[in-house]
Design a protein around this ligand. Structure first.
Ligand code: NDP
Length: 297
């Protein structure tokens, strides 16, 4: 019986995960298909119920469902419970388990960016959505001592801080209002900047001014392309990374959870590179718009 894995999101048409996961199944001779299921929120519960059938290995969950799906599965891993977000589902008999592989994906990207340097202890995170939750949890468990979260809608950043209240009890986790001067002041005294907003995804915009970036910064943009933020950061002498490694490693972790096999990273990476050459830049399922700026390099 051909096994099935589905990506559930709304919309999902531009997903990079589809090509990457199908290439991995094919490379290892696993008889499985990766399908894209565009499901509006109202149809989500029925879609999740379908996954309990024997032909499913599991699923990926993406925008806008990562948080909504939490009460619909039977069990959560530590990362999914802590972040309150599920991006991968596996099946144990009729029971569904929710995982969050964005967390290990982020940690691989962070480790690679930091390289041989000492892991910083202070970070600024822009954004308070599902991606930001994985980032903040990754920073908490990595031993960061001060993390400041900026978000356009402050209440969402405050909600994130409240959510992590207990796991962040030993450190300073703060929500701050999205004001240019406050962001600039925080960046002046921080080493790590993570962009977990979608600013730069569909237009050549940056969430921060070029003047607020400095050469001591490590800058990670979760968006899978050379965004304006990354170009400005490089011009300021900072070290930078885009969302490729996080996307690759969240996918690799999901692949292993479904199949029990190590993921063929080279093949998955090559498939992503092909998709990037074709102009796709979104790590998730949202519309990608026209590639902007240096995206279609
Ligand atoms: P969400 O929709 O949950 O969150 C979007 C975030 O972007 C919110 O903080 C939102 O702020 C902010 N935002 C959007 N537009 C603006 C704007 N014009 N001005 C200021 N803030 C804005 O998305 P996710 O957290 O899931 O994803 C965020 C980004 O991270 C996406 O680009 C996604 O592709 C990427 N991502 C990459 C991954 C990878 O593996 N590389 C994994 C997960 C995400 P507000 O709350 O105020 O609306």
């Amino acid at each position: 019986m051909t096994k099935r894995v589905v990506l559930i999101g709304h919309p999902v048409a531009h997903s990079l995960s589809g090509a990457m996961q199908q290439a991995a199944f094919d490379a290892l001779g696993i008889d499985a298909t990766y399908e894209l299921w565009d499901r509006a929120p109202i149809a989500l519960a029925d879609a999740i119920a379908e996954l309990r059938a024997d032909d499913f290995l599991g699923a990926n969950v993406t925008i806008p469902h990562k948080e909504r799906v939490v009460p619909m599965v039977d069990k959560l891993t530590e990362e999914a419970g802590a972040t309150g977000a599920v991006n991968t589902i596996t099946r144990e008999g009729k029971r569904l388990v929710g995982h969050n592989t964005d967390v290990p994906g982020f940690k691989v990207a962070l480790d690679r960016l930091v390289g041989k340097q000492k892991m910083p202890r202070h970070a600024v995170v822009l954004g308070a959505g599902g991606g930001a939750r994985a980032v903040v949890y990754g920073l908490i468990t990595e031993g960061f001592q001060r993390v400041v979260v900026f978000n356009r809608h402050l209440h969402r950043a405050e909600g994130l801080v409240k959510h992590f209240g207990r796991s962040a009890a030993h450190m300073e986790l703060r929500a701050m209002p999205w004001h240019e001067s406050i962001i600039e002041a925080e960046l002046a005294k921080t080493k790590l900047l993570v962009n977990a907003t979608s600013i730069g995804l569909t237009a050549d915009d940056s969430p921060v001014t070029a003047e607020s970036l400095h050469g001591e910064l490590l800058v990670l943009d979760l968006i899978y392309s050379k965004t304006r933020l990354l170009r400005d950061a490089q011009a300021a002498g900072a070290q930078t990374a885009d969302g490729e490694l996080m996307l690759l490693h969240q996918g690799a972790a999901a692949f292993t959870l479904w199949t029990g096999q190590p993921a063929p990273l080279d093949i998955m990476q090559a498939t992503l590179a092909e998709a990037r050459a074709g102009g796709l830049r979104s790590a998730e399922g949202e519309p990608t718009g026209e590639p902007a700026g240096a995206a279609a390099e």
